[in-house]
Design a protein around this ligand. Sequence first.
Ligand code: SF4
Length: 384
Amino acid sequence: MKKIITYSLLEKNINSDQYYSDVKLLADETLNHEEKILGQVIDEFTKYVSANSIETLRSREEYMLEALIVGVLWNVYGNNAKALTKIQGKILVNLVALRKKGKAIKLSADLVRGFSSTIFLNKKSTNELEISILGLKKLQGWILASGEFNEEWRRILNWENYFSSLTESKLENVFNLLIHYGIWFQSRSETIVGKYTINVQQFLKNQKNVYRFSEDIIFTGRKRTEYHLNMVGAEILNRAFRNDFLKTKKKKLLIPICMRDKPSNICKARNTKDGYICGHCTKECRVNKLSEMGKKHGFEVLIIPHGSSAFTDGKVKYGEIGIVGVACLLNLISGGLAARRLNLVPQCVILDYCGCKKHWDSEGIITDINVKELKKIILASHSE
Ligand code: SF4
């Protein structure tokens, strides 16, 4: 039995098949419920995007997911956002920028960032965030300062513009719908997929002490409803990009380093400009098996040391390259959105459980995926 740190898609089963059928049900219910209560808002937002030439229109499911993200993040972080001052936000945003300037500076920036995040971002106001454009800007400020939701922040910018075009009473009405939708999602998702995240609750009891002053205090402190949001988000994004993905000529499978059977000093993977390629040193290694599958079915398999190194610089035309990202739950929505922003056509498969050394386990747990699900996604002949 694998050690469960936060979530496990296996629950008590030998594989995660049941999870994949549960999450489909939750995604259907989530979209149907949203259509009922927020359908008109989605219509109006879509019209706004089109009339103002903000971007080439995306699918309805993508915009519906964005509205869900706003509702959930508002409920989870609204009080934190209310407590964050402008100057604290600025300090954190600068630290996030600084850590991208190279390894040497990253270490020092992360030290200060861990300290500042613990003090500034975890603080909660006893007052609710006010429903107004100012309130949304405050939430956006907190999101940006955390450095954990950059893609979500970008997508919410369009909503911020749309909300600015509404009258005060209409804005209040729409926001109340979003907030209630977020509350509905929290409760409904717990009923349907909560069995896969029971350990998160236990994990969070000690998290603030264990990760105090650590750079990943916000990442590891994500709430159960955010795990569920990522579950549904991954399913919705997979549906939204399915047809475009099937049409791509080149397909890549991106695997996290925690799936390797051997540690770095033994693993024979070779570094290339796009990522590491398996050196086939161990027959039982899951990465080796997937690389063999890739050779047979014509997709490239790359090991990616960290999520931030997963994608190229966007100099491809949308529709040319399809990627299947394998990642732990909390990285799924941001990974999918980043891939789309960089003109890649994303699909994703969730690690059945998490266990990387960087965030979750000092020893490191070798992770795995549901290969049946991967085949359904990456092999066109397996698609429904
Ligand atoms: S089989 Fe490949 S990925 Fe696995 S440990 Fe060996 S070289 Fe690394």
